[in-house]
Design a protein around this ligand. Structure first.
Ligand code: PHE
Length: 461
């Protein structure tokens, strides 16, 4: 076996992978997507997407990583040669670009945490105007983003065991306690249970192909799939690990937290009788602060600071995995030291994030980019390319790679290590069916429809 560092315990790995999965997507996006698109019916579709495509692709990423003991580029290269290595390379680039905008939003969350907890943000009368001013004010938001990147860099710089693993095993329990505490409080607010009822009410009539498309896309993003973050994490696993079981636990944790986040957001939103459809940055940074302000100066401060701390921590365990991926590439392939890789990548990605940072008011032209028949921010542009389009593409290529290049026999032998009897188990039939048919078909369709929709304004569904 290689002398590559490995996670020291199963629980450490699971915390780190679940930390990667649980992020802004779960807390900020999932609740309103669900509420808006059919409640319980949407959740049911979301679960199907996870079962039919998400979980098998997660198993495939972890398996490829553990087998190759390498970063995504190296993993594809080892098995598929130079004609496949670019797929892994694209994943590394996605990690870089997704982190460039994710870090900006994480920085806002961090800033809101500080300004609610230690400043008087909640006293501002107009939270929409406040957010507008906040994102226009270059120096502070740059500082927040830099601090956040510094935090991520610090953790990744300490390596797999002392960095990724220790941060996740400390932060994930804190995150869970915070989330549960906030839910318990939110459920005592006026109209809270109307919010819960709205969240879970079953509206199958709201489902259509476009809703299913976004459920699948979100499931993929939420599980951190398609860019090779979990190939990288899989490369730090030893042969004793049961990959199917680990992937299942990580998937359940991610889905569980997303579900719980809805039990927090909808009661909050209903307390003020807000429009539950309120989406995008507006929900977290405009609607919620006005709700926190309305529940009283002390309680509002505690709950508001608690909420943005939750968002910040969730983001941090995700940014760690986004940074680790290109760092692992530089260490494995370019033989850089971890410190050199971490510092250069951290700075590069912070720099690449500057146009995004400026795209919410500081530099109007960056918030006003025209394509596909609409105007978008620079953040939208980067997210459309590297998350909406490239992640499903990465998942599509991964399933094709496993089935046609690596081949099922080799893939299954790798899973068999740590899961004796896998080849004869029904689970192998399920994973096989998914990687051979369901994943390529669904992910191919989503990739195509997202490209057409995001860049050509052609709506396939
Ligand atoms: N899964 C994270 C979230 O839900 C985002 C993410 C995507 C992290 C891809 C790593 C890789 O916010």
């Amino acid at each position: 076996m290689s002398n590559r560092t490995h996670f020291s315990s199963r629980i450490g790995f699971i915390a780190a992978a679940a930390g990667s999965a649980v992020g802004l997507g779960n807390i900020w996006k999932f609740p309103y997507e669900t509420a808006q698109n059919g409640g319980g019916a949407f959740f049911f579709v979301y679960l199907l997407c996870i079962l039919l495509v998400g979980l098998p692709v997660m198993i495939a990423e972890l398996t490829l990583g553990r087998h190759a003991q390498a970063n995504p580029w190296g993993a594809y290269h080892k098995i598929g040669g130079s004609s496949w290595a670019w797929v892994g390379g694209l994943g590394v680039i996605c990690g870089i670009m997704i982190l460039s905008f994710y870090n900006v939003v994480a920085g806002w969350s961090f800033g809101y945490f500080l300004q609610i907890g230690f400043g008087d943000l909640l006293a501002a009368g107009d939270h929409k105007a406040y957010f507008g001013e906040f994102t226009k004010n270059i120096l502070p938001i740059m500082l927040y983003a830099l601090l956040f990147m510094g935090l991520t860099t610090y953790v990744v710089g300490r390596g797999v065991k002392k960095g990724l693993e220790r941060a996740a095993t400390t932060l994930m329990p804190v995150l869970l306690v915070l989330l549960l505490g906030l839910i318990a409080y939110a459920l005592t607010l006026e109209n809270a249970w109307d919010g819960v009822a709205y969240y879970l009410s079953f509206h199958p009539e709201k489902l259509n192909l476009s809703v299913i498309n976004s459920a699948m896309g979100h499931a993929f993003f939420s599980l951190s799939l398609g860019m090779g973050g979990l190939i990288t994490y899989g490369s730090y696993l030893n042969k004793k690990e049961n990959l199917v079981r680990s992937a299942t636990v990580v998937t359940l944790a991610d889905t569980g937290v997303a579900f719980l986040a809805g039990l927090l957001m909808l009661p909050l939103v209903f307390t003020l009788g807000q429009d539950p459809g309120m989406s995008g940055p507006g929900l977290a940074f405009v609607t919620l602060p006005s709700i926190f302000a309305s529940i009283g100066p002390v309680a509002g401060k505690i709950v508001g600071a608690g909420f943005f701390l939750l968002l910040t921590l969730a983001a941090l365990t995700s940014t760690i995995s986004l940074l680790e991926t290109p760092v692992a590439y530089l260490i494995d392939e370019k033989k850089w030291s971890r410190n050199r890789a971490v510092v250069s990548m951290g700075l590069l990605i912070f720099g690449l994030g500057i146009p995004t940072l400026l795209s919410y008011g500081a530099v109007p032209s960056l918030g006003n980019i025209s394509y596909a028949g609409g105007t978008h921010t620079f953040l939208d542009l980067v997210a459309d390319i590297f998350s909406e389009a490239a992640l499903p593409f990465g998942g599509l290529m991964l399933s094709l790679f496993v089935v046609y290049r690596w081949k099922m026999a080799g893939f299954e032998s790798e899973i068999q290590e740590g899961f004796a009897g896998y080849k004869d188990h029904w689970i192998s039939i399920y994973v096989n069916l998914s990687l051979r048919y369901l994943a390529p078909i669904f992910l191919g369709l989503i990739f195509l429809s997202n490209i057409l929709e995001k860049f050509f304004n052609i709506h396939l569904f």
